[in-house]
Write a protein that binds this ligand. Structure first.
Ligand code: ASP
Length: 346
């Protein structure tokens, strides 16, 4: 007789487990017992399922790096006892959590599947029941050699499984709320679950999990827009204590060619601030040498983020600065994939 899969559910909150406040009618997080009672079909899966929950469960808009550490610790401390992990989470910051965990859980070789829902499990048309059941099935799935099918952090939502650090929340209304704009789906969910083995992370050598709990949130984002004033940019770049900036640029990584703009960025870089160039486009990559406007940025020392998502860029910086690396070392790791988060140009 084959042994039953052992799955640990980590319930952080989010719409999936929310109930309506009787007075205001606004949704607020509720406990795990309520959630699981609304998904009786879980019992039809012949798995051993345990759970850990956040006290209190939160709307994911309240998520912060300390919560990511709690989730990473829950996984690391229970790593050997379970075949897979399902994290129930609000959709609003799910892509940030997925990205952060992908960096924090070095040498991961078991599934960490993050899911939630657009409608609470208590509602008749909920997507929560299906998402939870499919996430559990994916966390338990193995290949013909009995190894976990998914060996990375992934987001399961409605019809797709996406790499966590490649995902972005794309809809506040649709059940298919997530997408990877620069990477294929890891699995398509229809009548069955069809894994794309070429897209899934390959783990050549199994090394012990090496969790990193320290994140440094001394990072910020600057969004370019036509008309951005010099004094505003100068003020932002001089924000006390900032170590890293994600610069959200136009198209293939372009910014204004004005001398004041280029000099302001160069000044910050010379002071040791690391600046990462991430495009505002939902799809495609930074190509720093395609236009003079991008070339100028590269010449100041702004690093190309290639096709990284904003969520992965912010959390990768927090992770790298959390390792106490020098600006030069951080820049080196930003240029290369460390958890499958970027595609390097040929
Ligand atoms: N505000 C909710 C959250 O992120 C939205 C959701 O779960 O879909 O917790």
């Amino acid at each position: 007789m084959s042994k039953k899969p052992r799955i640990l559910i980590i319930y952080t909150g989010g719409t999936i487990g929310m109930i309506e406040d009787p007075k205001t009618k606004a949704l607020r997080p509720f406990d795990f017992t309520h959630l699981i009672e609304n998904v009786p079909k879980v019992k039809m899966l012949d798995y051993i399922i345990d759970n850990i929950q956040f006290h209190p469960p939160i709307d994911s808009s309240d998520m912060n790096p300390e919560h990511w550490t709690d989730i990473a610790r829950s996984i690391a401390e229970n790593y050997d006892a379970y075949d897979g992990f399902v994290v129930l989470h609000g959709t609003d910051t799910m892509a940030y959590t997925a990205s952060a965990l992908s960096f924090m859980l070095e040498n991961l070789h078991k599934p960490v599947i993050i899911t939630g829902s657009q409608l609470p499990v208590g509602e008749v048309r909920t997507d929560g029941e299906e998402n939870l059941i499919t996430a559990l099935q994916i966390a338990a799935a193995t290949d013909e050699a009995g190894r976990p099918m998914v060996r990375e952090v992934a987001i399961l939502f409605e019809n797709y499984l996406w790499r966590g650090n490649r995902s972005t929340k794309r809809s506040a209304d649709n059940f298919n709320a997530f997408k990877s704009n620069n990477y294929p789906a890891l699995a398509k969910i229809g009548l069955g679950i069809q894994f794309d083995r070429d897209a899934l992370a390959k783990v050549e050598e199994i090394r012990p999990l090496n969790p990193h709990y320290n994140l440094n949130p001394s990072v910020m984002a600057i969004d370019l827009f036509p008309g951005l004033r010099e004094e505003v940019l100068t003020h932002l770049l001089a924000t006390p204590g900032i170590k890293g900036i994600v610069l959200r640029t136009y198209g293939a990584g372009n910014g204004p060619t004005a001398k004041w703009f280029v000099d302001a960025l160069k000044g910050a870089i010379d002071r040791g601030v690391v600046i990462l160039n991430v495009t505002q486009c939902v799809n495609g990559s930074v190509h720093p040498t395609r236009y003079v406007a991008g070339d100028l940025l590269a010449a100041t020392g702004v690093i190309s983020g290639a096709d990284i998502t904003f969520e992965a860029a912010i959390t990768k910086m927090m992770y790298l600065f959390g390792l106490n690396l020098s600006p030069l070392e951080v820049a080196t790791y930003l240029r290369q994939p460390i958890a499958g988060e970027i595609t390097l140009p040929n």
